[in-house]
Design a protein around this ligand. Sequence first.
Ligand SMILES: Cc1cc2nc3c(=O)[nH]c(=O)nc-3n(C[C@H](O)[C@H](O)[C@H](O)COP(=O)(O)OP(=O)(O)OC[C@H]3O[C@@H](n4cnc5c(N)ncnc54)[C@H](O)[C@@H]3O)c2cc1C
Length: 199
Amino acid sequence: MATGFYDLPNLLGVKGEDLPKVKHYYDEPHSYAFQKIVVVGAANSAVDAALETYRKSAEVTMIIRENEIRQSVKYWVRPDIENRIKEGSIKAFFNSEIAEIREYEIDIQTLNGKITIPNDFVLAMTGYQPNYHFLKNLGVEISPDSAKRPLYDSQTQETTQKGVYVAGVVCGGMKTNEWFIENSRIHADLIMEHIRQKG
Ligand SMILES: Cc1cc2nc3c(=O)[nH]c(=O)nc-3n(C[C@H](O)[C@H](O)[C@H](O)COP(=O)(O)OP(=O)(O)OC[C@H]3O[C@@H](n4cnc5c(N)ncnc54)[C@H](O)[C@@H]3O)c2cc1C
């Protein structure tokens, strides 16, 4: 299984999420020019979407559950977003969550109560998750901690279900920044070697 995690976005779970103006995949910035957009999240995808759309003349507001931009944001991008927020070019609500989405406005739950702002598009950059339904149906066990990794032997990549191997970012479970292209290339070699040894 090398199915990644990109097919299943982490949903906001709020009223109005099914409106066509809500995107769980960021496409390109030009279509948001001169529009009021909200970016939900504070990791790399959210930051890239916020900066790109801001630089193509969108009016950008970020809604961030935590009290800061994620530490895992690329170190050369982090100062850019922090300074845009500091100078007010990009608005940010920290310790806040999107509460409801309507066609022309959204509600935000902030530490100081609920507020409503006008809105044209919501970019929900809230991450993705592996297809646990598929993994479990194959008989693969999942770690009981919050990482929810498929259980596998790191020497062979074989899971707890004999003959079922995992490769790529799916190995990290909910830790979607653990594996990437460069460090997961080895998985294919390990799997092939194990199959070869089994004869
Ligand atoms: C914007 C962006 C920038 C990135 N930049 C970098 C970078 O610079 N360097 C880097 O190392 N990584 C980068 N990454 C991460 C990189 O894309 C992933 O690490 C890599 O693609 C993971 O490879 P994978 O094969 O594990 O999964 P994926 O590339 O996600 O491939 C999984 C495949 O499985 C398919 N699939 C899923 N479920 C099923 C099913 N049930 N049946 C059949 N097929 C299925 C999917 O459609 C997909 O084709 C970036 C990611 C994004 C989104």
